[in-house]
Design a binder for this molecule. Sequence first.
Ligand code: ES4
Ligand code: ZN
Length: 326
Amino acid sequence: MTPSEYIKKVPKAELHLHIEGSFEPELMFEIAQRNKIEIPYESIEELKKAYQFGNLQDFLDIYYAGANVLIHEQDFYDLTMDYFKQCAKENVVHAEIMFDPQTHTKRGVEFSTVINGIQRAREEAEKQFGISSLLIMSYLRHLSEDDAFETLQQSLPYKHLIKAVGLDSSEKGNPPSKFQKVFEESIKEGYIPVAHAGEEGPAEYIYEALDLLKIVRIDHGNNGLSDPKLVERLVEEKIGLTVCPLSNTALRNVDQINNHPLKKMLDLGLKVTVNSDDPAYFGGYITENYLSCIDALDLSLKNVKQLVRNSFEYSFLSDKKKEEFI
Ligand code: ES4
Ligand code: ZN
């Protein structure tokens, strides 16, 4: 079997997916219409043409604008269900889904509206497709730590539905150290800490995420490669890295897919996984991410098997559940 044939069929896990980033233009237009919200694009085609990004911030501006049309619980349900339907098609059997409460509460949408819609879709996906999932509540790092504390408070009635906390949005100029106290408190509440680090920011931010936020998994982490001591530590401490190849090229952190460091990371013994990040914006879901790398980096079947195995091993499933999949 070729690596490409293998990856299409094999049960796999996704560990880095922003639910707001799986918002396909078709659904966005549909929801905008029913909520009577104007979007500044005439058609789906015109909207898609705007998906040309020079960097992370270019993307985030469009991503937040897209999320503006999400108002009702049903909208969050539809958004999440669309993603699960794609998971079912690609044999993603477990998904760790990030959501950004502040993207919505800042616009006057209640925390409860967001989580109830997502939760209903999770239950439906488990029942209909047998897909397991868990939630990572991500703090927006361009906002203040006080704002993150407010979000933490809002989450507490729903603590049983949320597994982990994350840190996303504009990385440069918003170091992990800015959120040290809210992560400490989040851990006390029982949340597992993760953070985006080393996507656009320097290796120093990865050290901060490890040492100050006590994170157990890194979202992206590519820029850690510039520091051999850090690489050694990430290998030694078995820190999972949720790498997102098509995201990295779309946001120009990597100039072209042939130059993506995924294979190098694997060869160094880093605990890398392949993920889609914001698939509606970056040109492909998880399988497409794998296929692009198989093709461009000439990944072997052994490489791909390792990546799939890592996707379960570095998930937040219980050891017993992991055993079912590995
Ligand atoms: C994100 Cl690619 C990326 N980086 C940081 N924050 C994000 N939120 C959604 N996608
Ligand atoms: Zn991300």
